[in-house]
Design a binder for this molecule. Sequence first.
Ligand code: NDP
Length: 823
Amino acid sequence: MNVTDIFETMEYGPAPEAATPALAWLKERQPFGLFINNQWVKPASGKYLDSINPANGKPLAQIAAADSADVDAAVAAARSAFASWGKTPGHVRARYLYAIARHIQKHSRLLAVLESLDNGKSIRETRDLDIPLVARHFYYHAGWAQLMASELPGYEPVGVVGQIIPWNFPLLMLAWKIAPALAMGNTVVLKPARYTSLTALKFAEIMQEVGLPPGVVNILTGEASQVGEALVSHPDVNKIAFTGSTDVGRSIRRATAGSGKKLSLELGGKSPFIVFDDADLDSVVEGVVDAIWFNQGQVCCAGSRLLVQEDIAERLITKLRARMEKLRIGDPLDKAIDMGAIVSPGQLSEIQRLVAQGVEEGATMWQPSWACPKDGYFFPPTLFTDVAPATTIAQVEIFGPVLVSMTFRTPAEAVALANNTRYGLAASVWSENINLALDIAPKLKAGSVWVNCTNMFDASSGFGGYRESGYGREGGKEGLYEYVHPAWEKAIKPTGSTSVAANGSSLAGDGKAPLEKQFMLPTEEEEQGNEHNGLQLQGGLPPIDRTPKLFIKGKQVRPDSGYSLDVYDPQGHVIDQVGEGNRKDIRNAVEAAHAAAGWAAGTTHNRAQILYYIAENLAVREEEFARRIGQQTGRAYEDAAIEVQTAIARLFSYAAWTDKYEGIVHRPPLRGVVLAMKEPIGVIGIACPDECPLLGFVSLVAPAIAMGNTVVVIPSQSSPLSATDCYQVFETSDLPDGVVNIVTGEREALSSVLADHDDVEAMWYFGSADGSRRVELASAGNMKRTWVSYGHTRNWLDSFQGEGEEFLRESTQVKNIWVPYGE
Ligand code: NDP
């Protein structure tokens, strides 16, 4: 080709980055060992695996294949390092994190080249995006290490953390995991993905360079079945942080159920890219390139579903095809290419399989006319039109450069189509009408919403999913809570060993107050011996029967079963009966809770007013509620009255929080802002504790509804009457129908139904260790968030344990809405 030809075609020539320094670095260290206690050690199995360059199929290096013996050694190293690292002052940890960030920058080009070689992604991306974001993550978290003592008072590190990361952003995912863990004082055992371990091994060298204390970071390469599973099930690991497929996330949820391990999961997605007819179509086209052909579409938040307003669909698709024709695919180290290689032959054949299925299902497939290189694992950019929303390619995460497009007519239809997925990781909205875009953003069920932009990330803005895209956030202050726990938790006891007294101290022996203080203040009738089954006779007549029913959709309804359960006083006398709810009642209650979703859209002022009103109406009946607690629990009237007063105060607290637990505005390094909104989770199932029958109920229901959730509540099984007595309080407090639904009955059976239910978005369970395990296990069905007590009691009267930010955090999820500015 001569100069005239070049002017004619305007073709780029190749601009390859030299691989020599990276290849020399690899050669010197062959074969790689495991990184335990800051030492390179041989794997117990003596086995090694090849790491392959996906752009040409040739081996790059040999990495150690760890097994469970190595996992034991690494966890032991991390445990012993935790003893001092967990107590190291924040400022000292900040210095280490700062040093790590500096060293990442010092080795930035080597890391970028290694990442391209190992993963197949283009050097433009690793150099300009992955590695700078890695450094930014460590700088940002150096700041949180410095500020932990003042900004997270009362919190402690979790301990030894097992971290499992995928192959699509190998070093970036490592940074997202390790930076917050170290900042909060934890120690780490990290397993990189089988196909992409090399930058993690260079990172291990950086740990040696900065002189991080031995055992604080341990890195084990190898296969999921040998390393990943052993790490997940290891009894001395306190938390698992995982990024990867929803199926593996689900299996990890099941494997850790009931173990008490903290868990954060960042899983798959099928993110919508919504284009309204007033959008700037040239910007949209570049946006689509970034959304789905960035990293060959192997991005959990890739904008893989293009939803276009019908009247511009044809124009946009024509422009898009023209742009696809110009995309360049090839050697990832060529600085002029747009797309590199797919990570592995297995991933390539999975993409091919799903694309073939799309064609079989009747969608129209289009690919550019040029051919992909033959010597590596390449797949061309692919566009499907005529796609039906229920087909496989519209629903399943393809994790490749494959875009499916569908059309809509109205904004409401766009939202419905966008949310028609089991995932909820991200979304982008394109419109020149900012009012429309900002109206749509809160309606999308996704953790990140990008307005007129896509795939934007920053350490300050937490990233994570709704629904089956997982839970927990990475980045931002919210991400820190994944790596800490309240310090008071250490002291709490298993359920049943104590009962909480009014003053917060434990009641002695059998959980009853001293005999002279038991039950309630004697009434005149009692003094005359005029008592029947614990109820007072009125003027010698039997009392009017007041059997509490269930409370669903604002109405008191009979249980479907037609059965009732006896409620006993501590002496074993039957004091009342409540409805025995079953599976059908729970289903009705969940339906009612969904129908009340408008509660979230109302103003926070209105929700606060209703909570105050509930408190007001409860206060009017304070004495009656106190007597009821005494009747069920045998506690002294004075103790019970304090419980009622605390419940009233707590309602006031959450009424106060309703319009004060707000989002914040981040200023990441871009021209624009990120609005971090705290959104309700949706329908929350709540199984209440037995201790403090009224306060336990109020302490859980009040924050949930204050934040805009609707709830299905199973009251204390032994003392349900304090909750059923609230029916009238709710009815007279303007609480909309369906916001609070109450189903009495057997807690274990009912909470299993709730935890299994696919339309329940979160499940809170305060009961036995076994019940906690069952709830966590069942939650894996739709990957609902769980909050369980593992059989431990908390002191509901204590304002740290029974109230506050922990409850508000469990009631909300953060959505980050990215709004760039400028022309
Ligand atoms: P996986 O979820 O299988 O792998 C992610 C990580 O988990 C890897 O380190 C893997 O190890 C490890 N792992 C796998 N199984 C277990 C287990 N049972 N216990 C503990 N650790 C385990 O993803 P794949 O690499 O197989 O990719 C499959 C699909 O997952 C993709 O097509 C894509 O749809 C999705 N995916 C989503 C990602 C995201 O960012 N959300 C990232 C990667 C994939 P090893 O590498 O040794 O197998």
